[in-house]
Ligand binder design. Structure first.
Ligand code: PGA
Length: 266
């Protein structure tokens, strides 16, 4: 079964109420390929989740950018997975490199988070990726395999997991991985899943790429057989760009993909 292209915008810690409303209304008006062809999500900061969920067209999904590792309680400043479910948020990004590096989230902690979020019914976009130093020392595969293993040890059902390979050196730097570099890691990851988890999981799990993706570089990346979509940061603040990403891949009109990722920046 073909893996459905999966593309999302990570708005990170950006946006005002007005900007968010503007992006959502642009997205709502966009002409995009059907849900059968491409799955689209946007990931606003927590405070905007209910608003975006209530205003956004139903064929697009909303994802949180994080959630707490277990049931809520006395964890000041955290947001629980149950709260996301309660608000009707279907999806969460976990293990983003900014959280791994700035907030010291370990592989094990991310694995626990992924397992807990799945257990309450959320879909998870689990991020993995190596630093520049790790790449230069030749340990890229060892790093991403260890990150994936920490997830695999806690998760038995992969149906609601999307893996996002995001080389740290490519995030927000404008230095995108070449299609060859990205494909090499995606293929190795799929082999790792095959050998360590199972053939079915390897064949069906979407592995999306993130790191300086934009309308100009997405076509070649999307043409790689093991790249199943994109997690887009900076360019996702430009709605036009996100839409253009989707369209380029599926040869719909270019104007479209360029709409998802534009508004905050215009
Ligand atoms: P970028 O971010 O597209 O701005 O590089 C990607 C991400 O952090 O998910």
């Amino acid at each position: 079964m073909a893996r459905k292209f999966f593309i999302g915008g990570n708005w990170k810690c950006n946006g005002t109420l007005e900007e968010v409303k503007k992006i959502v209304s642009m997205l709502n008006e966009a002409e995009i390929p059907s849900e059968n062809v491409v799955e689209v999500f946007v990931s606003p900061p927590f405070v905007f989740l209910p608003l975006v969920e209530s205003l956004l067209r139903p064929d697009f999904q909303v994802a949180a950018q994080n959630c707490w590792v277990r049931k809520g309680g006395a964890f000041t400043g955290e947001i629980s997975a149950e709260m996301l479910v309660n608000l009707g948020i279907p999806c969460v990004i976990l293990g983003h490199s900014e959280r791994r590096s700035l907030l010291n989230e370990s592989d094990e902690f991310v694995g626990d988070k992924v397992a807990y979020a799945l257990s309450v019914g959320l879909k998870v976009i689990a991020c993995i990726g190596e630093t520049l130093q790790q790449r230069e020392s030749g340990s890229t595969m060892a790093v991403v395999a260890a990150q994936t293993k920490a997830i695999a040890e806690k998760v038995s059902n992969w149906a609601n997991v999307v893996l996002a390979y995001e080389p740290v050196w490519a995030i927000g730097t404008g230095k995108v991985a070449t299609p060859g570099q990205a494909q090499e890691v995606h293929l190795e990851l799929r082999k790792w899943l095959h050998d360590s988890v199972g053939a079915e999981v390897a064949a069906t799990t979407r592995i999306i790429y993130g790191g300086s993706v934009n309308g100009a570089n997405c076509r070649e990346l999307a043409a790689q057989p093991d790249i199943d979509g994109f997690l887009v940061g900076g360019a996702s603040l430009k709605v036009a760009c996100l839409l253009s990403l989707m369209k380029r891949h599926h040869s719909f009109s270019l104007a479209f993909l360029f709409q998802i990722f534009w508004p905050l920046a215009v």
